[in-house]
Design a protein around this ligand. Sequence first.
Ligand SMILES: Cc1cc2nc3c(=O)[nH]c(=O)nc-3n(C[C@H](O)[C@H](O)[C@H](O)COP(=O)(O)OP(=O)(O)OC[C@H]3O[C@@H](n4cnc5c(N)ncnc54)[C@H](O)[C@@H]3O)c2cc1C
Length: 171
Amino acid sequence: MRTRAPDIYAAGDCTDQPQFVYVVAAAGTRAAINMTGGDAALDLTTLPRVIFTDPQVATVGYSEQEAHHEGIETESRLLSLDNVPRALVNFDTRGFIQMVAEAGTGRLLGVQAVAAVAGELIQAAALAIHHRMTVSDLSSQLFPYLTMVEGLKLAAQTFSKDVRRLSCCAG
Ligand SMILES: Cc1cc2nc3c(=O)[nH]c(=O)nc-3n(C[C@H](O)[C@H](O)[C@H](O)COP(=O)(O)OP(=O)(O)OC[C@H]3O[C@@H](n4cnc5c(N)ncnc54)[C@H](O)[C@@H]3O)c2cc1C
């Protein structure tokens, strides 16, 4: 957060950081630590982003294109929302959940979701990426049935099975 002028620190929309209020708050805290002699960095690698359209657009981590740009080989799956029970119950199956994983290891790299409440499920994906979970780890977690976030588990399961053939509850 230090600018080119050594005694001047900056946070927020006047910088080139992503313009989200939670980024601003985190950067401000770290700027205060650094200007009082500390050494705090702002890690934006698992920054969740939400666009409050209808349906919402929410992303975290790498898209396929971004991963390839970094030289990372990927495997990805796209789950349309007509495979997610909560979306069916809500009569709103507009959208999808796309999952990007590292080829070979299956480590989750990114999630892009378009859904009525995509903003509500993206933080679970951010935690999974932060804790270096694989799609296999994610698909063996317990997710509550009839929630939208269950779509993350179903999307993870598409790496190893055809979720349209599951009877119930993404088991
Ligand atoms: C319409 C809109 C919707 C948004 N929605 C979201 C959202 O849903 N989620 C999200 O995370 N982010 C959202 N953002 C972005 C978020 O609001 C900004 O990233 C954040 O407020 C930037 O904080 P800041 O402190 O850098 O600037 P600001 O919040 O703009 O604060 C700057 C302050 O400085 C004051 N000021 C300006 N000039 C002077 C001066 N000369 N002297 C004294 N004071 C001055 C201003 O009055 C203002 O109070 C939205 C932004 C907009 C515009």
